[in-house]
Design a protein around this ligand. Structure first.
Ligand code: PLP
Length: 399
């Protein structure tokens, strides 16, 4: 039995089956490529759900991690460390945020924002205690914690996990009229993904977010954009909100904030919202630890200094053009922004997963989502010739 077969069998036997991975066992990564235990190379077109925007094992992030790991890894926030202030300063300069709260996973950043915005609603907006409402969108994906799955509309994510956290009102994504109708005097926030990633890279009509921004301002509703997947260069801008010409009140980032080395997330906010949190009201043992901060600082530095965001814009356009040129009667739609792309297949194609397996055999890793969609999100360091090669494999697979 091959080593990879053994490893897969052991995972199946001992691990909870809460994932159904493609059966490829990876052991090494560099830039856009990963290698399996048999030495076969793949072009990674998932980037760990956009956490590895900077490419696998970026040497400068690695160096920062190794250096910091040898000095100081964790102090808890009971004491201060000499990395956190620098991360704050650099993130603030990059994003224009006035207050920052570091956490670890993306879901924790979402939970943090919900807590802060509810408290802001009671203390600043004057909403009666226990009545705060947050508007969310159908088909959202914000993570896996109980409060987050409480407002998921995906039965797989939600069913069986009740009782659910109340206080959320769901509207269709991209529908400004429905958004307007959902606002009332108890609405404290709106939590939205600029592009719905897990739902299959759904981009709303132009003007939707401008209207949402206006409605939030007019009604004193905190606009929270979840940029955990769309942020940090993925769509060809630092933040996807830039495509819409708006600014959120609260922005959530994670994933690529560490370039895939470590779980690091953050809530970026105006002063008013995060200003309501006082000592003892929120925290995390690992949030803001020096290792995470050093890694995040390096991850942000390489993202900007090495032109990755600009490359995502140029290569994204080029990749999409290539995908749109594919002649195949099983392709229903090709969409994307920057290097966040999707190919939706017709239902008669029999599901996207089998095509992901064919792509894997051809040396390209991609992930199916929502039955008929192949999601494509390579590291932002991808080159033109690598895009050409990828489009060729996809074309041969779908032809
Ligand atoms: C938009 C969005 N928000 C939140 C999350 C949750 O992040 P994490 O898996 O780090 O908790 C994800 C993860 O895919 C995401 O895409």
């Amino acid at each position: 039995m091959s080593n990879s077969k053994n490893l897969i069998d052991t995972e199946q036997r001992l691990g909870a089956h809460n994932y159904k991975p493609l059966d490829v066992v990876l052991t090494r990564g560099e830039g856009v490529y990963v290698w399996d235990t048999d030495g076969k190379r793949y072009l990674d077109c998932l980037s760990a759900y956009s956490a590895v925007n900077q490419g696998h094992c970026h040497p400068k992030i690695l160096a920062a991690m190794v250096e910091q790991a040898g000095k100081l890894t964790l102090t808890s926030r009971a004491f201060r460390n000499d990395q956190l202030a620098h991360l704050y300063e650099e993130l603030a300069a990059l994003t224009g945020s006035h207050k920052i709260l570091p956490m670890n996973s993306g879901a924790e950043a979402v939970e943090t924002a919900i807590k802060a915005v509810r408290k802001w609603g009671y203390e600043v907006k004057g909403v009666p205690e226990g009545k705060a409402e947050i508007i969310v969108c159908a088909d959202n994906f914000h993570g896996r914690t109980l409060s987050i799955v409480s407002f998921s509309t995906d039965p797989d994510a939600r069913t069986g996990f009740g009782p659910y956290t109340p206080g959320f009102r769901t509207v269709p994504f991209g529908d400004a009229d429905a958004f307007t109708a959902a606002i009332n005097e108890n609405t404290v926030g709106a939590l939205i993904e600029p592009i719905q990633g897990e739902a299959g890279v759904i981009i709303p009509q132009p003007g939707y977010f401008k209207r949402v921004r206006e409605l939030c301002t007019e009604n004193k509703v905190t606009l929270i954009l979840d940029e955990i997947q769309t942020g940090l260069g993925r769509t060809g801008k630092l933040l996807a909100e830039e495509h819409e010409g708006i600014e959120a009140d609260v922005t959530l980032i994670g994933k690529a904030l560490s370039g895939g080395f470590y779980p690091v997330s953050a809530v970026l906010s105006n002063s008013e919202v995060l200003g309501v949190l006082k000592p003892g009201q929120h925290g995390s043992t690992f949030g803001g630890n020096p290792l995470a901060c050093a890694v995040a600082r390096a991850a942000l530095r390489v993202l900007t200094e090495e032109g990755m965001i600009e490359n995502a814009a140029v290569m994204g356009d080029y990749f999409l053009e290539g995908l749109r040129s594919i002649r195949s009667n099983i392709v229903k739609d090709v969409r994307g922004r920057g290097l966040m792309m999707a190919v939706e297949l017709v239902p008669e194609a029999g599901g996207a997963r089998q095509y992901c397996y064919t792509l894997k055999d051809r040396g390209l890793l991609a992930k199916d989502t929502h039955e008929n969609t192949i999601r494509l999100a390579p590291p932002l360091v991808i080159t033109k010739s690598q895009v050409d090669w990828a489009v060729e494999q996809i074309e041969k697979t779908l032809a």
